[in-house]
Design a protein around this ligand. Structure first.
Ligand SMILES: Cc1cc2nc3c(=O)[nH]c(=O)nc-3n(C[C@H](O)[C@H](O)[C@H](O)COP(=O)(O)OP(=O)(O)OC[C@H]3O[C@@H](n4cnc5c(N)ncnc54)[C@H](O)[C@@H]3O)c2cc1C
Length: 289
């Protein structure tokens, strides 16, 4: 690993201690699960790192509140899957859908904070979190602030955290009423990152009319995972029938700027994204409860 300038490795026992260390070292890098460090190195983002601050010993809890799930940043993906309110709730089902894709070794180590801080457009969990309206709680010398996930993503592999800032929690607001959500991924093989992924969450009233909807996409459809306002506009107020879901799938092309890479061309991504979105919507509607 290209860490030529590395001078120190710290394992703070608290977030305050971690923030103090980050504030004192402009070339410090946070280490959580460590599963994406090879990704940073491959992109030349490790060469100036002088200090590693391993935050795995800072306590992370999962608080299941009436209004929200509050997940400490160093909570592993595996731990999240064990929480009944995450695993069994139809409104949150997009999350366990997405959490089940990374291999078990990665799930046991990777953290929810690292998963979003990496700002990698090919990860699955961020797409699901966007559809669930998740918010990152961020702390730094300037105090605490909240960032929606689209606002946390600044560009390809770039987040919008200020130097010295840490993600301390991820909060997912609870949804009331009849709701369902789902996540779906298209990949070249079972161990690969997404060609395209999509997540949807729908809420309906007693007459079956859609009163709230989120459609999110990732996997190289843009520099980072995003929502599709065009698809959401078609779905809101509809009865979520087959023709409407189809039209919403087609509408996402207005909101994406797909990339071409070794996994797929931009043209292919654009076509399959429409299908994956429609299928994620169908699955979310089937889960309405
Ligand atoms: C073999 C393999 C298969 C994978 N398959 C999948 C898959 O199928 N689906 C999928 O979605 N993902 C997959 N991944 C990606 C995996 O989800 C990410 O690597 C992981 O979520 C990153 O989390 P981490 O805790 O290991 O982060 P780290 O590697 O520790 O850190 C990643 C980045 O986030 C920063 N960071 C970490 N925590 C914080 C924090 N609290 N505040 C601020 N910055 C922070 C670090 O400084 C670093 O820049 C795979 C990875 C591997 C290696």
């Amino acid at each position: 690993m290209a860490l030529h300038k590395l001078k120190d490795f710290h394992t703070p026992g608290s977030l305050d201690e971690a923030l103090d260390l980050l504030g004192k070292n402009s070339e410090a890098l946070v280490l959580a699960g460590g599963t994406f460090l090879h990704g940073l190195e491959a992109r030349g983002l490790m060469s100036d790192v002088e200090v590693l601050v391993d935050i795995r010993k800072t306590a992370s809890t999962v608080d299941v509140k009436d209004t929200a799930l509050e997940i400490g940043a160093t909570t592993t993906l595996a731990r999240l899957l064990e929480i009944p309110q995450v695993a069994d709730a139809p409104w949150a089902a997009a999350l366990p859908d997405a959490l089940s894709y990374p291999p078990v070794q990665i799930r046991n180590t990777a953290t929810i904070g690292g998963c979003i801080a990496a700002a990698c457009p090919f990860f699955d969990v961020p797409t699901a979190l966007i559809a669930l309206d998740a918010v990152a709680i961020v702390r730094g010398a300037g105090g605490e602030r909240k960032l929606s996930l689209p606002d946390l993503f600044g560009g390809l592999f770039a987040n919008t955290l200020e130097p010295g800032e840490l993600i301390t929690k991820v909060c997912i607001p609870r949804v009331r009423g009849k709701a369902g959500s789902a996540f779906l991924k298209l990949e070249t093989n079972a161990n690969d990152l997404a060609i395209v992924n999509a997540a949807a969450r729908v809420v309906v009233d007693d007459s079956g009319t859609c009163t709230e909807v989120r459609v999110a996409l990732g996997g190289g459809v843009a520099e980072f995972a995003l929502r599709s306002p065009s698809a959401e506009k078609i779905l809101l107020g509809s009865k979520l029938d087959a023709a409407t879901l189809h039209a919403a799938g087609e509408a996402i092309v207005a909101d994406i700027a797909p990339m071409s890479d070794h996994r797929a061309s931009a043209e292919y991504r654009s076509v399959v994204a429409q299908v994956i979105v429609r299928r994620a919507l169908e699955r979310a509607v089937a889960r309405l409860a």
